[in-house]
Design a protein around this ligand. Sequence first.
Ligand code: FMN
Length: 209
Amino acid sequence: MTGGGPAGGTETGALEIDVDDRDDSLYRLLSSAVVPRPIAWVSTRCEDGVDNLAPYSFFTVASVAPPVLLFAPVDGTDGLKDTPRNARDTGEFVVNLVTEDLAEAMNETSATLPAGESEFDRAGLERADSVAVDPPRVAGSKVAFECSLHDLIDVGGSTLVLGEVRHVHVDESVTTDGKIDVDEIEAVGRLAGSQYVRTDDRFSLERPP
Ligand SMILES: Cc1cc2nc3c(=O)[nH]c(=O)nc-3n(C[C@H](O)[C@H](O)[C@H](O)COP(=O)(O)O)c2cc1C
């Protein structure tokens, strides 16, 4: 039985949410339930040459062949955020992996800065030259995907940014026998709000044939 409250609460505490009856954002619900999310730490260079860096956790692999990554900026109060705007204007970006040692710096780069100021400098992060694209990668990031823009797709108040991977940088500290070693990648994921999760508490399941 539905309780009729604005959140669709029931007497048991369960929620039955009829989205058509809601005029507020489902952001909190979506970002609390779709967890943990990997974090794309995206570097771009604006047309004026300023290096931009920002985290996006609405992020996944969109395709393997061709290799395409996807992240989804939600429009800010002024419309398109800097990252999707730079990706649209220059056709290039780099997705940097966030590991625990970089988590605080990553968080710092989510601040809104005045035009002309780079989040790299604000967070004291060293740049490294990319190989296939113009924007720099985060030097301390263990894996970086250099991408050229594949497509931009409007979905209501969000923009899906799809990037085709052109070059991958993998730090030697996360490789074993010439392959990326998942046991060495201390990636962090995002939960809701200011909560994050580590990826070093693991278990395995064999897939059925
Ligand atoms: C861990 C983390 C994940 C985030 N994920 C997203 C996201 O998926 N979509 C989004 O629009 N904003 C996200 N944000 C907020 C943006 O990082 C923030 O709006 C930032 O200022 C955007 O910078 P830009 O305008 O330079 O692109 C996230 C922030 C943090 C700290």
